[in-house]
Design a protein around this ligand. Structure first.
Ligand code: ZN
Length: 191
């Protein structure tokens, strides 16, 4: 079994559960963080056109409030991540903007998801130090996607009933519109 096989995918119901707050940074928490990084990199190595941008602990079946986000979105060779424990959005700013999102837990389906262009948040880093962050643009989008995971929400939940929001990746790595009923038939919506 390789590390990416730890990643759970819809319709696995654990993905709709809320993660619990992390207390002390125990060895178990550090092990989860290591497992998350390994799973993300292993997943990425198995994909030709995609980057493993971020992951939440629930995606490897650990219902702990931990997310990891890649430090460099433009360089596939930089496989370093930042860790955010108990992340919380303090405020969102600006008008909602749509852009494409995928998820390691939603196999081969992409969506045009509305997100805020600016967020402020707080979390703890992997040394247990309190951090406050302002994020804009794509990073703000990634934080909103990952903090949704912590709260048991998937990107597809924002798009339920939206007939034109879904895409799939072609073999050449291009996004192509996909029929809503086909998406629904995969069972990724909570009924
Ligand atoms: Zn995701």
């Amino acid at each position: 079994m390789s590390a990416k096989d730890n990643i759970i995918t819809l319709p696995d119901d654990q993905l709709r559960q809320k993660s619990k707050k992390v207390g002390a940074l125990s060895d178990q928490v550090l092990k989860i963080i290591g497992d998350m990084k390994a799973a993300t990199i292993d997943w990425e190595n198995s994909r030709e056109h995609e980057l493993g941008v971020a992951l939440a602990a629930v995606q490897i079946g650990d219902l702990e409030s931990i997310i990891i986000i890649r430090n460099n979105f433009d360089d596939k060779d930089d496989k370093s991540f930042s860790v955010f424990i108990n992340p919380e959005i303090i405020s969102c700013d600006g008008d909602l903007e749509e852009d494409y999102e995928g998820c390691l837990s939603v196999t081969n389906i992409y969506g045009l998801v509305p997100r805020y262009p600016k967020v402020r948040l707080r979390a703890k880093d992997e040394h247990g130090q309190e951090v406050r962050i302002r994020a804009e643009g794509f990073l703000a989008r990634v934080f909103q996607h990952e903090i949704d995971h912590v709260n048991g929400k998937m990107f597809v939940d924002h798009l339920r009933g939206n007939k034109t929001a879904f895409y799939k990746l072609t073999r050449e790595g291009k996004l192509e519109s996909v029929d809503y009923e086909k998406v629904r038939a995969t069972g990724i919506f909570r009924d």
